[in-house]
Every structure is written in C-alpha cells, then in structure tokens.
Design a protein around this ligand. Structure first.
Ligand code: ADP
Ligand code: ASP
Ligand code: MG
Length: 418
C-alpha cells in the first residue's frame, strides 16, 4: 500500500475536538487507500508547562529526567489519537518512541536519530492496521533512557519516518496554511508561497522561522522527502499548502524569498582583549564547551585601546539571551585561569536578529545595500551584520524588530508575486 506521513502540531491537537478533526483527515487518507504514519505533538502549551515544572523542581536538572518529563506530553496525544481513530473504525494503535524503537544518540534534550527499524510497524501494517500513531519529539538512547530531540522536534520525527518508510509525502499540518514570505503574525502582507526550495527553508528555519524545525528540513533535503506544510483547520487537497522541494522544481524566481527573525538575542562585547594569534580560539573554545551557541562575531578596534602597552581589540558576538549566564561564566572562568585577558564584558540583552533569505542573491548584487537603506529609512540602527551566500542577517534593538521585518518585506516587494 502507498504510505503517507501526517504530522499534527500542538495547536492541531490542542483539545479533543481538534484531535477528532485531525483524525478525520487521517481517515480520509486511509479511505483513499493509504496506510498512514501519524506523528503527534503534545497539546499546545503542554511542553512549556512540563519544562516549567522541571525548572521549578531542579534548576540544574539531570537532563535524563528532563527528557522523561518533557516527552510525556506526546504520549498522551498519541494514545488519544489512536483511540479517536478506533472510534471511527480505523484500525490504529499508538507507539511511544522506545516501542518502535526510535533509536537516538544520548544527547538529552538535543538527541539525533541513529536508526528507525521498520520491523515492528511493518508487522502491524501486515496484520491489517492502517494507521500507526507515533509520539513525536522522542526516542530512546543506547543506554535505554528516553530522549527528546529539541523544541519543535516532532517535525523531525515526521521527516525521519517518511524517509525510513519511503512515504509518498510528509504532510506537516499546523495552524497556518503554508509557508509564508514571513511570519504572518508580524505582517498581514505576508504572502503564502506555493513552493520553496530546501535550501531557502533551511536558512529561514535556522534563522528563526519556527514553522519547521531546522533539522527536519536538513533530513528532508538529504533523503529527498516530499515535504509539505498545510493547515489542519482548512479543507485540504493535494494542491494545498506549501511544498518544500528542489530548486529546479520552482518556476518563480526572485532575489529574496523570505524574511525571518529571532527575537531573543543578546550581544556581548569583550572589551580590550589582547590582539594576538590564538585569541579567538581561546575565547570561543570555552564558550563552545559550555554549550553556548555563538552566532555572529565581529572583531573591532577598541575605543579603549589607549593606555595599553600591548595591542588590544574588542570582540563582539551574539548568542540566545537564555545562554548569557552560561557565556559569562565560561568567559570569567577563562579569565581566572589566565587563558584570556580583558577589561570588561558588556552585555546587551535587548537585541533581535532579522534576516533576508533568497537563492537569487547568488547572482544578484546590491541586496545588502537595499536592506541597509530600508532599515536606515526607518531609523533602525544595525549593531552587527553577517552574510552568507543566500542570506543577510542584522542584529538590531528588539523594539524595532517588527518594524524591521515589515520594512524589509516591503523593500523586497514580497507581497507581490514574482
Ligand atoms: P506547530 O505547533 O504546528 O508545530 P509552530 O508554532 O511550531 O506550529 O509553527 C507554526 C507557526 O510558525 C505559525 O503559527 C507562524 O506564526 C510561525 N511562522 C514563523 N515564520 C513563518 C513563515 N515564514 N511561514 C509560516 N509560519 C511561520
Ligand atoms: N512538543 C514539543 C515542543 O513543543 C515538540 C513539538 O511540538 O514539535 O517543542
Ligand atoms: Mg512546531
């Protein structure tokens, strides 16, 4: 039988009524002749609540127990979805990660897939079960402990199953009807895209567009999974939503395809560190070891250089706000051991990152200039800039984030079809 993967996110399974609505979509595909692997998230808000309970119980928690608690939201929805399908006379059963077993690394809270053996599910499909409901976001380590994949990880579970079972398509049902030129919550001018390339989606996701977890796009690109994002609240058919696909399947060509943002960024500056070979490694090595995800980096001339008998420089970098305490601790520890010397650490916790993404940038000059002048016209000051082949990112004051996204959306005419 042909097989589909259908994933339902938190808002799509937020209560029993919505689970019924999702189950009806599954039943419709079964009626069309598909076997279906359904991946479910926890009910919306549930994972946040579980994370809160862990933090309140134990601020420096044991990551294995964090995963034991935080994975549980998906277990509830998997069971409820299987029950709902059974009530509709669709032969279904639920599977927690360890029952499949979904084998992962033991990096608790950020585990990666090692293997998804097909035997158990295949045996059930052979018995006549038409639907396997899988708890998303979780797996089991070689040590036999429950793991989770990082926030938003059910998307990745869905794509991994689609790859492992050779699914015809991987449909991600969510609370928007596709992938837009930017988050439709930020501007009503955001326009739904019919198609987007894997590469662009990968950039948008890693730059903050949480509609798909970055890792899910990576896997889909690697295993050539036909990945589609569509609404669980609308009537849908084969043409609905947005298809994430290879670049050569896209007719529309434009320089910039989308604008992404990441709201909770911090900018840290080490003031007057010595300017010598090896200094960057001495700073960023300990930060990496401490698990700080350093993003943008600039080395600049220090205003306070005078009065130093040796060459000094300022080193600025950005990281998520939640990692500032860890970064500070790692840098202070490195100073205490004498590995680095600096006069001060300036921390700005009110930053946000806004990025424009498009494969057309490879062959078009002037995108950066257009971006910077659009921001200048709105009086938005740029703190740090980073570029790659298909994206330009700027770090700005958080209070201008929405304004910047809207201005860039207008500047690149993203509301108009190309
Ligand atoms: P789910 O719970 O279904 O996994 P998420 O909240 O993780 O849903 O992702 C869907 C949300 O992603 C949307 O509600 C939207 O606000 C946000 N989003 C951010 N950027 C985009 C974009 N470019 N296109 C569509 N949605 C986006
Ligand atoms: N429930 C998890 C989260 O909120 C995983 C997911 O929804 O994809 O992050
Ligand atoms: Mg999500």
């Amino acid at each position: 039988m042909p097989l589909l993967v259908m994933k339902f996110g938190g808002t799509s399974v937020a209560d029993l009524e919505r689970i019924r609505n999702a189950a009806q979509k599954v039943r419709a595909e079964v009626a069309r002749g598909y076997d279906v692997i359904v991946i479910v998230s926890a009910m919306s808000g549930k994972t946040n609540e579980l994370v809160g309970w862990v933090n309140e119980t134990s601020p420096l928690y044991d990551a294995r127990e964090y995963d034991a608690v935080v994975s549980s939201g998906e277990n509830v929805t998997a069971g409820l979805m299987a029950l709902t399908l059974q009530e509709m006379d669709v032969p279904a059963r639920s599977w927690q990660g360890w029952q499949v077993p979904i084998q992962t690394t033991s990096a608790h809270g950020a585990a990666r897939f090692v293997d998804i053996p097909r035997a158990n599910l295949d045996a059930k499909f052979a018995e006549g079960f038409r639907v396997a409901v899988i708890a998303g976001f979780q797996g089991v380590s070689a040590e036999g402990r429950i793991t989770t994949l990082g926030r938003g990880g059910s998307d990745t579970t869905a794509v991994a199953f689609a790859a492992a079972f050779g699914a015809e398509r991987c449909d991600i049902y969510t609370d928007v009807d596709g992938i837009y030129t930017t988050d439709p919550r930020i501007t009503s001018k955001a326009r739904k895209l019919d198609r987007i390339s894997f590469e662009e989606m990968l950039e948008l996701a890693s730059l903050g567009a949480k509609v798909l977890q970055t890792r899910s796009v990576e896997l889909a690109m690697r295993y050539k999974v036909r990945l589609r994002v569509l609404s669980s609240f609308d009537e849908t058919d084969e043409m609905s939503g947005t298809l994430v696909c290879d670049e050569d399947e896209i007719m529309e060509s434009r320089v910039v395809s989308g604008v992404a943002y990441s709201r909770e960024e911090a900018k840290l500056t080490l003031v007057t560190v010595e300017d010598r070979p090896g200094i960057a490694a001495a700073i960023f090595g300990p930060l990496a070891e401490a698990g700080v995800n350093v993003d943008m980096i600039v080395q600049n001339i220090s205003e306070k250089a005078q009065g130093h008998d040796r060459p000094v420089t300022d080193m600025t970098f950005s990281c998520p706000v939640e990692q500032v305490a860890r970064a500070r601790k790692a840098l202070e520890a490195a100073r205490d051991t004498g590995a680095i010397r600096y006069d001060g650490l300036e921390v700005d916790e009110d930053a946000a990152k806004v990025s424009v993404v498009g494969i057309g940038m490879r062959s078009h000059a002037g995108v950066a200039a257009r971006m910077f002048s659009a921001l200048a016209e709105e009086g938005v000051n740029i703190k740090v800039i980073a570029t790659s082949e298909i994206k330009i990112s700027v770090l700005i004051d958080r209070k201008y984030m929405e304004l910047a996204v809207q201005a860039l959306h207008d500047a690149f005419d993203l509301d108009k079809t190309g």
